[in-house]
Write a protein that binds this ligand. Structure first.
Ligand code: PHB
Length: 394
C-alpha cells in the first residue's frame, strides 16, 4: 500500500509551512514506526534552486528503497530556511525537540549550518549536512552527531590556487559574497596561490545576497589582473557570469571559481559560461557508471539534469539508508548508528568516498571547464583530498 499524506503545520511564523510527507510501502505496525527525517533547506531566496536539487536527490535515494528502510517507512518534515542564519536555532529546535527527528538534513548556507550545529549539539538527532561548507562544521565545532556529505570550504578552493599559478596567472583579484563560506573559500585559494608564488592583489566582498556587481566589475576592468577567482552560487552565480560577459571582461580576463559558479547554472548562464574554469568534487560528465545511472534516473524523475547539489542530497539519503540497514532498522541507539556511519563507504555518483575522523568526505577534486553548457573534467586537481579539520577534537 502506498500511504501518502501531507499535513501543514503552523509550528513556525506565517511565512513558513512545515510540510510533513509521510510515505509508506507497508502497513503501519507498532514495530514499524516511521523514521523521521527533518529537512532544512532554502526553498525560497537566492539559494532556492540549490534547495530544490538537494531535496530531489534525497528523495531519489529513498524512492530507490520504496521509501522504506528495514521495513520502516520514512517520514519527511520539510522546513524552508530561506538561507537566513537567524532562523536556524528555532527551526532546528522544532525538529529536534518537538518532532524528535532521527535525522536532520540541512542546510545549504554556512551561516545556517553554524546555528543548527549549536542547537543540535548533545541532542538525540543526527545532522547530515548536504551542502554548507563552513570549515568549523567539521573543524573546531565538529560533533559526534554531525556528518557532512558535501565538502569543506577549504576543500573546494584550495586546489585552485596552485592550478591558477600553473596556468600562468601571477596577479589575481578575488571576490565573493561577504559571509563565512565565501571568505573561507578566498582564504583557501589565497593559501595555495601564495604558496605557489602568486599574489592576490585585491579582495572584493559583496554583501550577501546582493547581486548588483557592476561597480565591482568596473574596478576589476581598471585593475586588469591576470585572472579573477570568485565564489558565487545559485541565482547570484547566474547574474555574475552574465554580467562579467556583458561588461566585456570575458575573453580579456579569465574567470576562475570554486565550482559552485557553474553548478546547476549553465543553462541560465548560456554562452557566458563557456570556458569558465572551476574546481569541485564533481562534474556532470564524470565517467563513472554510478554517475550515469544516477543522472539518467534523476532526469526521468524530475525532467531536468542533475547537478552537484542533487548528488549531495542523494548521498545524504544513501547514508541514512546504509546506516539504518546496518542497524536492522534500529534508530533509537544513536551511538550505534553513528558507529555504522563512520565505517560506511558511500557509493556516490562523484565516486565512492568514506568519512574522515571529523565526518567530512575524503574525496577527489577535479579541474573543470564549461564546454557546450556542461562542466567537463580537464584533469584531477587533487586525488583523495582530506580537509585538515583544524581544531576538531573527535
Ligand atoms: C555555503 O554557504 O556554505 C554555500 C552556499 C552555496 C554553495 C556552496 C556553499 O553553492
Amino acid at each position: 500500500m502506498n500511504n501518502k499524506k501531507k499535513i501543514f503545520q503552523s509550528v513556525l511564523p506565517a511565512t513558513v509551512a512545515a510540510t510533513i510527507i509521510s510515505m509508506s510501502t507497508c502497513s503501519m505496525a507498532a514495530d514499524s514506526d516511521p523514521i523521521k527525517v527533518g529537512v532544512m533547506l532554502p526553498f525560497s531566496g537566492v539559494y532556492a534552486g540549490l534547495g530544490e536539487s538537494t531535496r530531489n536527490g534525497l528523495k531519489q535515494a529513498l524512492k530507490e528503497q520504496g521509501n522504506s528502510i528495514a521495513g520502516r517507512p520514512v517520514e519527511f518534515i520539510e522546513m524552508d530556511t530561506e538561507a537566513k542564519p537567524a532562523r536556524a536555532p528555532e527551526i532546528t529546535s522544532s525538529l529536534v525537540d518537538n518532532q524528535k527527528a532521527d535525522f536532520v538534513i540541512g542546510p545549504v548556507h554556512s551561516g545556517v549550518a553554524m546555528g543548527m550545529i549549536k542547537t543540535i549539539k548533545g541532542k538525540d538527532s543526527i545532522m547530515i549536512i548536504p551542502n554548507a561548507g563552513a570549515n568549523a562544521a567539521t573543524g573546531a565545532f565538529c560533533q559526534p552527531n554531525v556528518f557532512r556529505t558535501s565538502f569543506s570550504s577549504w576543500q573546494t578552493a584550495f586546489p585552485m590556487g596552485k592550478e591558477a599559478y600553473d596556468m600562468g596567472y601571477k596577479k589575481i583579484v578575488t571576490m565573493s559574497w561577504n559571509y563565512g563560506f565565501g571568505k573561507e573559500s578566498l582564504e583557501a585559494f589565497n593559501e595555495s596561490f601564495t604558496k605557489a608564488g602568486g599574489e592576490v592583489i585585491k579582495e572584493m566582498l559583496v554583501p550577501f545576497p546582493k547581486t548588483e556587481f557592476q561597480s565591482y566589475l568596473t574596478e576589476i576592468a581598471s585593475i586588469n589582473p591576470d585572472a579573477v577567482f570568485v565564489f558565487f552560487a545559485g541565482g547570484g552565480a547566474v547574474k555574475f557570469v552574465k554580467d562579467y560577459d556583458a561588461m566585456g571582461l570575458k575573453g580579456k580576463i579569465p574567470l576562475l571559481g570554486s565550482g559552485f559558479l557553474t553548478e546547476g547554472t549553465t543553462t541560465a548562464q548560456g554562452p557566458a559560461a563557456e570556458g569558465v574554469i572551476t574546481t569541485l568534487h564533481y562534474a556532470d560528465a564524470l565517467d563513472i557508471p554510478k554517475n550515469k545511472s544516477f543522472r539518467q534516473e534523476y532526469e526521468t524523475l524530475y525532467g531536468k539534469p542533475a547537478d552537484l547539489f542533487a548528488v549531495q542530497g542523494y548521498d545524504a539519503g544513501q547514508l541514512i539508508v546504509d546506516a539504518v540497514t546496518a542497524t536492522h532498522g534500529n534508530t533509537a541507539d544513536k551511538a550505534a548508528l553513528i558507529q555504522q556511519m563512520e565505517k560506511l563507504e558511500i557509493d556516490s555518483p562523484r565516486g565512492s568516498f568514506h568519512f574522515s575522523k571529523a565526518h567530512n568526505p575524503i574525496q577527489t577534486i577535479y579541474l573543470r571547464k564549461v564546454v557546450d553548457g556542461q562542466n567537463t573534467v580537464v584533469k584531477v586537481a587533487h586525488e583523495n583530498l582530506e580537509d585538515p579539520a583544524r581544531g576538531c577534537k573527535l
